[in-house]
Ligand binder design. Structure first.
Ligand SMILES: NC(=O)c1ccc[n+]([C@@H]2O[C@H](COP(=O)([O-])OP(=O)(O)OC[C@H]3O[C@@H](n4cnc5c(N)ncnc54)[C@H](O)[C@@H]3O)[C@@H](O)[C@H]2O)c1
Length: 387
């Protein structure tokens, strides 16, 4: 079986992929600069919430799965997969150099027979730029593929094996080899050209971000008029199939949706008005929720506000780009005392304690632990779990 190295292998996307590939019999090495994560995974501990990862790790570690921060492992691989972060900068433009720098760092250890797979969510045209870099270094066209990851964070192990895999490459050899690997783990392979595949992933995330934005815009519009958004929402959806996917309001946060919408906006010379508007709406919801509480309470000065759920999504421990922190900041601007609580995070207060101690509550993220609470203080719940 092929030897596969995953650069960024201890991350939220790298680890589930590595585990599934190892489980299919590939010899997988996770290479990562995060020494803490390397040590944890080597000792059998999954560093973040990921369903089914613990069992697979126990089964595969030091059998088909190896974890290291030593870059030399790159030299002996058949396949090198790159899955590191692809953030945007303070002007919401993609930091393409972060992607290129990672590839350049390992370039002296790579050779032209290797299949190189890019798997991060990248700005359109990045595959072509990397192809050129590799070609300059190897002196021949590289075997380079771009195969985007489309998993839902926390459900990666299951989704990698159930979702079709989009495969694109710069030539037939790379396309065939990449498709062979992914057909061992995914039910279906769909072929696109690299720039099409790059756009497909960005458009999917953006579309999701816009779905949340329209729900959030309606929520704010209706609640601002003193009306009950969810009374209308439930009536609109009841036995009406075309509204099945109409989603609830909620904080649209996390490391992907916002930045990928901004990547797409940058790609269209910042003329992507719908994407920019979605960003304004989604990023404005935290301020709106605080103003809703202010309306109920009068001044928030010196009030103790319990903020339940600090992660970016429910039933997960990831705080990257969580909008609960924006709510916290806004409350602090109002001179409120914030009591953050989250069962997935150390260094936050216990639920019972904050509920007993607070004057009011804002629901940041609807973890399962909160669904059946009886709140007998003023609260704001844009998710409608405390109906
Ligand atoms: N998180 C998701 O659910 C998800 C889903 C689909 C796609 N993506 C995309 O996948 C990419 C990675 O996201 P993520 O959530 O896994 O990020 P992450 O931060 O969890 O993981 C990235 C990993 O790369 C490592 N790394 C950084 N530089 C490195 C280097 N030079 N050498 C070796 N390792 C290095 C980091 O230490 C980290 O462990 C992004 O482009 C993201 O948009 C994420």
């Amino acid at each position: 079986m092929k030897k596969i190295c995953i650069v960024g292998g201890c991350g939220h996307v790298g680890l589930p992929l590595g585990l599934v590939l190892a489980d299919r019999g590939f010899e997988v090495t996770l290479l990562d600069i995060n020494k803490t994560a390397v040590d944890l995974i080597n000792s059998g501990i999954v560093p973040f919430q990921e369903e089914g990862a613990g069992e697979l790790l126990k089964k595969e570690i030091n059998k088909n799965l190896f974890v290291t921060d030593n870059s030399d492992v790159v030299k002996v691989q058949d396949v090198v997969i790159f899955i590191t972060g692809t953030p945007v900068d303070e002007h919401h433009n993609p930091k393409i150099h972060e992607v290129l720098n990672v590839v350049e760092k390992y370039l002296p250890l790579m050779h032209k027979e290797q299949l190189i797979i890019l798997r991060s969510t990248i700005y359109p045209g990045t595959t072509e730029i990397i192809e050129q870099k590799l070609q300059n270094f190897f002196g021949v066209q590289p075997k380079l593929a771009f195969c985007p990851e489309r998993i839902l964070q926390g459900k990666g192990i299951e989704e990698i094996q159930n979702l079709p895999q989009i495969v694109s490459a710069v030539n037939d050899e790379a396309r065939k080899e990449a498709a062979e690997i992914f057909s061992k783990i995914a039910p279906k392979v769909i072929h696109l050209e690299p720039v099409e595949a790059e756009l497909s992933k960005l458009m999917l995330n953006t579309w999701r971000y816009l779905e949340f934005a329209i729900a959030n815009q309606f929520y704010m519009m209706v609640e601002d008029k003193g009306l009950d958004f969810y009374k209308i929402f439930d009536a609109m959806k009841e036995d009406y199939p075309r509204a099945k996917t109409f989603c609830k309001a909620g904080l649209a946060a996390g490391p992907c949706l916002f930045k990928d919408t901004m990547q797409l906006s940058a790609f269209y010379r910042n003329q992507f008005f719908l994407g920019q508007s979605a960003m304004l709406v989604n990023e404005g919801l935290p301020n709106f929720l605080v103003s809703q509480l202010e309306k109920k309470m009068g001044s928030l000065k010196n009030k103790k506000v319990a903020l339940l759920g600090m992660t970016f999504k429910a039933n997960n421990d990831d705080i990257r780009e969580s909008l609960s922190f924006k709510i916290k900041k806004e409350l602090e601007f109002k001179l409120a005392e914030v009591l953050p609580s989250d069962p997935y995070l150390k260094n936050t207060y216990k639920l019972d304690d904050v509920l007993a101690d607070c004057d009011a509550v804002i629901l940041g993220v609807p973890h399962n632990e909160y669904l059946n609470l009886q709140i007998n203080k003023p609260y704001v719940d844009c998710w409608n779990v405390w109906k």
